[in-house]
Design a protein. Structure first.
Length: 161
């Protein structure tokens, strides 16, 4: 199961830190001038960067009742409420990970009259099937998704339902 003959050296865990980019297919409607499918490029974000983005869309505040009086928990401690905007955080992660198309590019953001990269995925991929495909491809490339059924399988299931 495990190689026990390998010496116990930490050097095996000291890998070079380098950016990794992978190609994934764009949604079916995105083709080049010759009608060939377009490939998107995804930068594999580190777990630390993903957690930083999630943290940016998390707000913690004192929990209060309708009159604004703070709730006090056991032991006399103030109770906190955490609000998360997970869908927006995921859109931000997707926009940051996409290298091509670069959703942070000034020209494309101006084209869609958009100032926030977390909104760009909804503008560039406005159809639900397109967004679902891009989301699945990018999150799988980042190791955050599940290797679910292919787009063709999903379409066939929908037709047969």
């Amino acid at each position: 199961m495990y190689n026990t003959s390998t010496s116990k050296s930490l050097k095996y865990f000291m890998r070079e830190q380098k950016d990794e980019t992978v190609e994934v297919p764009a949604p079916k409607g995105f083709v080049d001038d010759e009608g060939k499918p377009i490939m998107m490029e995804v930068k594999v974000l580190t777990n630390k960067r993903v957690q930083e983005i999630f943290a940016a869309y998390r707000k913690r505040k004192i929990a209060t009742n309708e009159k604004g009086v703070p709730y006090i928990g056991p032991g006399g401690e103030v109770v906190f409420q955490t609000d998360r905007d997970t869908p927006r955080a995921i859109r931000h992660i997707i926009a940051e990970a996409l290298v091509f198309p670069n959703l942070k590019d000034k020209e494309i953001m101006e084209h869609y009259n958009c100032a926030d990269i977390s909104e760009m995925t909804q503008h560039v991929f406005p159809r639900s099937d397109e967004y679902a495909h891009v989301s699945r491809m990018v999150l799988n490339a980042l190791g955050l998704g599940d290797e679910g059924p292919s787009d063709d399988d999903l379409i066939d299931d929908a037709k047969n339902s």
